[in-house]
Write a protein that binds this ligand. Sequence first.
Ligand SMILES: [Zn+2]
Length: 290
Amino acid sequence: MRLAIFAALLAATTVAPVTASAAAQTSTPEAAATAIGTDMDTRVVFPLSVQQGALVIGKVPPGSSVTHDGRRLRVTGYGSVAFGVARDQEGPVQVSVTRPDGVADEISIAVQPRDFPVERVNGVPGKTVKPPPAIAKRIAREQALVTAARERDDPRTGFAERFIWPVEGRISGRFGNQRIYNGTPGSAHSGMDIAAASGTPVKAPASGVVTFAGDLYLTGGTILLDHGHGVSSNFLHLSRMDVQVGDEVRQGDVIGAVGATGRATGPHLHWGMNWLTVRIDPLLVLERGS
Ligand SMILES: [Zn+2]
């Protein structure tokens, strides 16, 4: 659990910044921490540095007020907070923490830039690359539904679980890559593609509540799962959906099956993640727990 990781960080640090040897023992760039304070209940712990597309999980004294990017973050009873860093974020991100005793801290987290290669995707149905006007309207309407589902800020705490892969398989498309569909530049790849046979069961990577389940023009069979605190997963191109809006699922529960519906060239699972409307990289979320 996340608390164990924080405990390890706390054991390795007395005051900020973390020592080089403590940082070297850890496997991910997020593991180095900024720790302020000396006892567990007054600690403010955030990574010193994260990558573009990261999910940042920090620890503050329970009852603190925390803001990031003009938004007040929900704080769990244990004092955990979460937010996402955009793919295109340049320069550090800031977090303001006011502890219950009124002491305020300003935290700056460095953001490491990444390389996002250009990826050419050929053979997708032409009507999904340059949709006719009537279809473009439908796509916009559907996108609004999905956006509304993503903007929820729910108190559940699935986001703090150690995420598992929803299907086992080779990564066939990475988050953030600049996509060119049939020669036409599209937006950056919003998630991670995992190659798997049609019909392969898709499992919930962490617990959550289903906030959308339906068949959409571009993304085909689509499920959104809210993991709490603005963190959500989306699963696209599904051949089958086994859940409905409002269903509560636990990590590992089967929610649907891999397919090739919508704008897809073959069966695979597209797994995207968001913090509210900020897209984050599922692979970084998986690596957090490894
Ligand atoms: Zn994809």
